[in-house]
Design a protein around this ligand. Structure first.
Ligand code: NAP
Length: 356
């Protein structure tokens, strides 16, 4: 991280330069009769906000200590967020203490945006990406396309090594064939990625864990997606895998009173109507207090045996806001976790499997 002293130095240098440019630093032409007025102070740039102390967890058997709150890079890609906003968003998150950035080769420009925004601060974050869809919507489940994809990710992310490359939600048949796993192992051996993982859900995630080949699992864990709590997370923990919670805030579906148009979030929205959690309605629905819907949802996810929750956002203020929620709220009390679990067990239908 940039030394705060250096930041202050840069800020005061900039302020002095601005002051000189106004001409107010010149000597007055004639001696005033009274004490010389003090030159007006130019506006001072805002002092950088301090980092937020966040819990860190050892990421499985790897050497990475990850902050429990990471950054999910899908939104900035799919929503084609302006590069200036991405720069603000990622730099302010790094300043506040973020140390995990997750993206994928198919998140429509996300890798390039991240590379441009923060490659100059590469030592400050663990960088995770995914392979398998060389172009949006088109699968590329061959060793050759995975190798090509990793090389392309390295270029886009402006780095010489990725910390974790994950197979991006391929089916069990692809895992069984073995070619793609071998391609990841080859990339790991070549030093292009330090660790390898599987990103996906439900019984395919279970199969991926049981292959024993992966260092990490990325899977959906949230108040509307609890299958993993019984099916996979215990198994991943037993194998000492690093676990990333994707969709950790359930896409904040409580924000919408009517069924959203976005098909990606509809299933969670429908589940939430049936789950009918007290904290996701009424006064707490849109509250940004730790016991509001966002704070409760995030704290519920962090109570699971996971290491980092990668919240997606296109809002530069969001990462700090969520980190503050966690700091203020601390661990979600056991009785509240039990109530959310009990409600799920009472209401969940057979088809409520992990959503990719
Ligand atoms: N198959 C896969 O591998 C896969 C699939 C899905 C996701 N992922 C990964 O997981 C990441 C996260 O998933 P996601 O973005 O779909 O789900 P998410 O993190 O659960 O939800 C993101 C949404 O939550 C909102 N939000 C965040 N904090 C909030 C707060 N305090 N209050 C209200 N709303 C808040 C964001 O809105 P704002 O923009 O307004 O902040 C955004 O719309 C992705 O970026 C991606 O990296 C991977």
């Amino acid at each position: 991280m940039i030394d705060p002293t250096r930041r202050r130095f840069l800020a005061s240098t900039a302020a002095l330069a601005a002051f000189a440019a106004t001409g107010r630093g010149q000597q007055p032409e004639s001696k005033p009769a009274t004490a010389p007025p003090q030159p007006a102070q130019p506006p001072q740039p805002a002092a950088p906000k301090a980092a937020i102390p966040l819990e860190k967890r050892r990421f499985g058997a790897t050497d990475m200590e990850v902050t429990v709150l990471g950054f999910g890079g899908a939104e900035i890609g799919y929503q084609q967020v302006d590069q200036a906003i991405v720069e603000k968003l990622l730099n302010s998150a790094l300043d506040a203490g973020l140390n995990v950035i997750d993206t994928a080769e198919c998140y429509a420009g996300s890798e390039e945006a991240i590379g441009k925004a923060v490659a100059n601060r590469r030592k400050e974050y663990h960088l995770f990406t995914k392979v398998g869809h060389m172009e949006q919507g088109k699968a590329g489940w061959t060793a050759a396309s995975i190798e090509k994809s990793i090389d392309r990710s390295l270029q886009r992310l402006k780095t010489d090594r990725i910390d974790l490359v994950q197979l991006h939600s391929c089916g069990k048949d692809i895992l069984e064939a073995g070619e793609c796993i071998e391609a990841l192992e080859k990339a790991r051996k070549a030093g292009k990625t330090r660790y390898i993982g599987y990103s996906g859900d439900s019984t395919t995630a279970l199969y991926a864990i049981e292959t024993g080949k992966f260092d990490a699992l990325q899977t959906s864990v949230n108040i509307c997606d609890q299958e993993c709590l019984d099916l996979t997370l215990g198994k991943a923990k037993a194998r000492n895998m690093g676990v990333i919670a994707k969709r950790p805030i359930a896409n904040a579906v409580w924000r919408s009173e009517t069924q959203p148009d976005n098909g990606y979030v509809v299933e969670y929205w429908k589940r939430l109507q049936k789950l009918d959690y007290d904290f996701a309605k009424g006064d707490t629905r849109n509250s940004q207090s730790p016991d509001g819907a966002a704070g409760t949802a995030l704290r519920f996810t962090l109570a699971a045996p996971i290491h980092v929750a990668i919240v997606g956002t296109s809002n530069p203020a969001r990462w700090r806001q969520n980190a503050e929620l966690l700091k203020a709220g601390g661990a979600l009390p056991k009785d509240r976790i039990d109530a959310i679990r009990a409600r799920w067990k009472a209401v969940a239908e057979a088809g409520w499997t992990g959503q990719t």
